[in-house]
Design a binder for this molecule. Sequence first.
Ligand SMILES: C[S@@+](CC[C@H](N)C(=O)[O-])C[C@H]1O[C@@H](n2cnc3c(N)ncnc32)[C@H](O)[C@@H]1O
Length: 261
Amino acid sequence: MDNQGCVFLVGAGPGDPELLTLKALELIKTADTVVYDRLVSAEILELIPDNVDRIDVGKRPGSHPVPQKSINRILVKLARSGQKVVRLKGGDPMIFGRGGEEVEILLQHSVEVRTVPGITSAQGCASSLNLPLTQRGIANSLMYLTGHTRDDIAPDINWAPVVAGTTTAVIYMGVATISEITSEMIAAGLDEDTPALAVCNATRPAEQHLLSSVARIADEIKLAEFEGPVLFVIGKAAGLAAYNGELQDGRLDEPAAAASL
Ligand SMILES: C[S@@+](CC[C@H](N)C(=O)[O-])C[C@H]1O[C@@H](n2cnc3c(N)ncnc32)[C@H](O)[C@@H]1O
């Protein structure tokens, strides 16, 4: 089709604008329109030039101001009118970001689509806390899972690798179901004292942390009254989060003993 535009599915990362890729920044600056989600930070939105159109299609849990079908229609329409469209999503578009669904629809409508990765929030949390999600002798594998399903119930997960003690579980969208998830982990045999970490607003100025145990985190997260996106990290590796001993805020106030060199 002549005059066909293109949709770039771009990851904005967890919030800190310096964690954008150079490719993402270049695309944001040269797009005709940026169609963005709720979790794209204000600092990143400020990088969009005034002459670039922007469309906010942000969704909140339980409230979808612009339904996915409408977002799909917007993307197809803009690309068909010849525009260079940046579909900007928090984190990485292909990790719990519905990127795959949008690619499918665009290809069905013969719209060219290209993906530009972003730093997923798990990596953002890990970097903020110098936290190794894998570490020799402690964690040899990593599990990313969603706490939220289409039916608003905790997902059906095989917890055996986490219970074995060598897998770090990273839970996205887990605030509403963390109680159910941690109960399931304990029922499956996970030690109740296994470290559990919650990070809110990772890589943003309002970042907050809560280091707890798998048995206590569901209650403590309620008391913490975090405002903003929260990620949970559960497993022995989560206990390494305090390891640089520099964190003053949140409850990560017990730095690990200094390692002898
Ligand atoms: C719809 S998912 C999007 C994930 C995103 N595509 C990614 O790769 O990070 C939204 C969830 O990501 C997590 N999240 C996103 N940004 C975050 C941040 N800055 N700090 C903590 N968690 C974040 C939270 O668990 C939130 O509920």
